[in-house]
Write a protein that binds this ligand. Structure first.
Ligand SMILES: NC(=O)C1=CN([C@@H]2O[C@H](COP(=O)(O)OP(=O)(O)OC[C@H]3O[C@@H](n4cnc5c(N)ncnc54)[C@H](OP(=O)(O)O)[C@@H]3O)[C@@H](O)[C@H]2O)C=CC1
Length: 275
């Protein structure tokens, strides 16, 4: 396995380096997830919205069969697309389980705050009690969305908040709130879709460590304690994005990268939507 595990507030340990699958064309998804597993990734990030839970599940099962890897050695995350309340969520969880074919889901997230958050959460808690899901969390939630959930005195508190995070998007308020509440941050679009490659300071740091810009961005997020989820369908990039455990950024270089923050969102940003 590539890299360490992160302990979530529910006690489960999750591989810190994940692998993203958004916008991966369906024909490529199985191959890229398989290539990621071959490269040592043990954490795959899917979603109902990506329509690829089946392909991810097939790649994981094939890899387990080919390499005698046990199911519990691989972490599979997926997300609820439509927050249409309790009954819908019960059915949607069963749908995801059937699609992925993995027996259980390691982490199930509310994909966004848009909809009946509390009703959906209740269904997710029940699915944990029924053994269908191991951990539950949220994605794209701002502090006010999480606070509302905590104020409802849930039986299970969110383990993870998955938001856009990289040196150009630090989301400091959301990060501080989550850290105060022992909620681990997962970093989506950790490469800002490549839109910031070429930035002078990022390039200089990459040259200094003899690494590429993607590796520096991923390493920065790892050292912050986040769970980066880089996506690629290119086998050489899948591999190189995992080669981030043989060097360490100095405190000064971490600060230089931190100072690149310009609240740059390469994707949507529902964290600021009103309750
Ligand atoms: N919860 C949410 O709302 C969201 C969650 N996500 C999750 O986070 C994951 C990552 O985010 P994503 O939006 O995919 O964006 P990323 O920041 O991971 O960027 C992916 C893009 O960067 C390219 N790329 C990857 N590695 C390299 C490299 N080493 N050098 C140059 N280019 C590279 C890829 O190209 P190529 O594939 O051609 O190699 C692809 O075009 C998603 O796949 C998804 O799982 C993402 C967005 C929203």
């Amino acid at each position: 396995m590539l890299g360490p595990l992160v302990t979530l507030n529910c006690g489960l340990k999750c591989p810190q380096l994940g692998f993203g699958t958004y916008t991966t064309r369906l024909g490529q998804c199985r191959d890229s997830v398989y290539a990621a597993l071959q490269a040592g990734y043990r954490h795959i990030d899917s979603a109902q919205m990506y329509h690829n839970e089946r392909q991810c599940g097939e790649a994981i099962q094939q890899f387990m069969q080919d390499t005698s890897t046990k199911r519990e050695e691989i972490w599979f995350t997926t997300k609820l697309q439509d927050l249409s309340g309790y009954e819908h969520t019960r059915r949607a969880i069963d749908g995801s389980l059937k699609e992925c074919g993995l027996g259980y889901i390691d982490l199930f997230l509310l994909h966004s705050p848009y909809g009946d958050r509390l009703g959906c959460w209740k269904a997710m808690e029940e699915a944990v009690q029924e053994g269908k899901i191991r951990a539950i969390g949220v994605s794209n939630f701002g502090p006010h969305h999480i606070q509302q959930l905590l104020d409802s005195q849930p039986q299970i508190v969110p383990a993870v908040n998955q938001i856009e995070l990289h040196p150009f998007c630090s989301q400091q308020k959301v990060v501080e709130y989550c850290q105060q509440h022992n909620i681990v941050l997962a970093a989506y679009a950790p490469l800002a879709h490549g839109e910031k490659f070429g930035s002078r300071k990022l390039l200089a740091i990459a040259h200094k460590y003899n690494k590429n810009e993607a590796q520096i961005m991923i390493r920065f997020l790892l050292q912050k304690g986040f769970i980066p989820l880089p996506k690629s369908t290119t086998p050489s990039r899948i591999k190189s994005n995992g080669e981030v455990f043989d060097f360490e950024l100095t405190k000064e270089d971490m600060q230089t990268l931190q100072n690149l923050d310009e609240d740059y969102h390469s994707d949507w940003n529902p964290t600021i939507s009103p309750l």
